[in-house]
Design a binder for this molecule. Sequence first.
Ligand code: G4P
Length: 539
Amino acid sequence: MNTTATDSDAKATAEVTDQAARRRTFAVISHPDAGKSTLTEALALHAAAITSAGAVHGKGERRGVTSDWMEMEQSRGISITSAALRIDYGDCVFNLLDTPGHADFSEDTYRVLSAVDCAIMLLDSAKGLEPQTLKLFDVCRARNMPVITFVNKWDRPGREPLELLDEIEQRIGLRPTPLNWPVGIAGDFRGLIDRSDGTYTKLTRTPGGATRAVEERMDAEQAARAEGEEWGQAQEEIELLGEIEAHYDEKSFLAGESSPVLFGAALPNFGVSQLLETLVKLAPAPEDPVDVLGERRPVGAPFSGQVFKMQANMDKAHRDRMAFLRISSGRFDRGMVLTHGATGRPFATKYTQAVFGSERSTIESAYPGDVIALVNAAALSVGDTLYSGPKVEFAPIPSFSPEHFAVCRAKDSGRYKQFQRGIAQLDAEGVVQVLTSDVRGEQAPVLAAVGPLQFDVVSHRMAEEFNAPVELAHLEYSLARRTDADSAPTAHALSGAEVLKRRSDGELLVLVHNKYRLRVIKRDNPNLILEPLLAGGTD
Ligand code: G4P
């Protein structure tokens, strides 16, 4: 290689490394109604990515951040799949990956978390930790992912801040380290003290909340005069935080053991700029990814990325199938011909798009941490690696613990071929997990899902896309555990439980009605292997 080529290679690597360092790729984990759409909107507003808070909101007239597809989604008013939102902020590029905001979430919600470097755990100040937040947090925990906590709705009556911190520590074992501290109780929110330097930001409401809150900076003396008793109370609480050593600690934050906490209110835009600054300063940039062999590949290495989500029929005019890929290393240039790790075949990227809310625009280049959407991606599946240059593959995205099960049959047995093709395709895309057993036969596989909405997607797509309408019969199981061939006994021996094989990876799963039955099975079969699957797997 001559010197000029080496120089330009080094320059290209340096450019990618530099661009990767500017990225912050994250998702918001929350329970429905905690304020995720409002916060997303507020972040975008503050980052000046949009001009008015109304432009990016998931509901009603202001709908826009979610991707509209299928009539089903529109008629039910929910977002079935997730999109990525790019927000430029100063020198940083934020990639905010959206997770479906409905209680009826699916495996997609979990998979999004495999494509981010950090999560914002959004809590409603009056409610604290809620069920869906806990489920999503389990996935973050399994990956040791750094989590920033944002306690929202502080403008409304809520709980004591210390009580909320205690709940986080006691229930999920995450050590909270507040970065700011509220002055005035929830409902009478006056402003925020920055714990790093003791300065005070007094906040004043703006009508409708559709613009930035007015923020006035004060030193401690001015603040004490302005807020009187409330200031004193906040100072006492901060002293207490010092005594219990609730201080930000980088190492334990990055290991997913402690969580910086911010108080605020997304709707009136209180404390949102502090969250943006925290993302810049503390949230990790994309790291060198680890491949399936356990080796680190520098972010500046040639292009590689992993598909974390598939989506079909976004555009009705073209029955396209789209793959969302997170870039792990290298620079992406539209038109590149990549290699598909699973088949070794070339994959052309002429039609790649960037995703911004519901709008899709063609992109020219992208860097580690960015998400690109590949159209005409029928050959790809969730977890697939695409790369350029020498072969690389990333570990598969784990399957999550299903909680809903249904037997699926073709309505018209004459359409069995179409039925098989459709089920195989939906399995490959990861729309549902497909389980089979000799007893049930290939004609009646069991579909397993994290959320029942996944079954609606199956019914719709089997009828519309594969021309093979199906019947689904719900099964009364609610838990799945992994077992192995040696210890898998007959279903009979397991008091009504059933052993099935997952088609995608050959894993043997034991389906159990409920946790009480599971306990009985464990008691009666002490040598039986029954391992929880990732997320939702606590007994
Ligand atoms: P989600 O995406 O997590 O489901 O929540 P979303 O943002 O839609 O917020 C749920 C409700 O909480 C909304 O009210 C929203 O306005 C309100 N909200 C969000 N953040 C705050 C906050 O900081 N303070 C207060 N007081 N309210 C907040 P809604 O009436 O249910 O919906 P909408 O009609 O306003 O859209």
